[in-house]
Design a protein. Sequence first.
Length: 286
Amino acid sequence: MLGQSLKNLHIARQDVVVATKVYSRVGQGRNDVGASRGHIMDGVEASLRRLQTDHIDLYQIHATISVTPVEETIRALDTLVQQGKVRYIGCSNWQAWKIAKALGTAEFRNLVRFDTLQAYYSIAGRDLEREIVPLLESEQVGLLVWSPLAGGLLSGKFSRTNQKPADARRTDYDFPLVDKERTWKILDVMAPIASAHGCSPARVSLAWLLAKPVVTSVIIGAKRLDQLQDNLAAVELTLTRDELRQLDEVSALPPEYPGWVLPFQGADRLGPVDRWERLREASEPH
């Protein structure tokens, strides 16, 4: 549908960025799923045929690898880049250590490296800030956010008093996993901010994400035109420093090891300080 639409609308191929993925099961066979060289090569040819194009701008491994060596996957992607069938590569839903291993393998073997990670991130789900965000910032890897509204939980339909609205997908499909109690607190703080800007909680949620330097792009999933227009308007919404502070504080992650011990151990590297005070600060949600 996408490939045919570009042709019907006479849109020049160089004016769009086409991204797609490989990994998920496409048949009943043992090799019809995964990140092996064989499945990747079969997958890219099928995608090119369906998209009616000769190249894919961003080709991503959709899920973490369980049985295929990381180097095999990277070598296959490198082949596709050398052949001109793929311009850039990325991964999705990978752990920080596995991304780091892939980047290290690519550098050591002089292969193409990951340019992007597509991952779940929202004000209601900030888990990737623990390990993945520092890695992306250090290695200059872009972040494409999926489910920025936590499966619709931040759309404005849900609240502490209306936890299962009839017209919401998440009512029947409770995904992604979210700490609901923390989310209700976030929405309580977000409500007056949205009201002050005359917009929806969804737009505030997206603006909060777009204010994060690590975020390269946000993937929206609107099903109606008015939702699409509201989501797109988030790029024009600039939250104040105080509003960002309020949202950051109410959505803060609870302390987790080794994060809370690092400021304590390194506190006096540049001069004597009260290390226990630093530990107390690190033990508070931030």
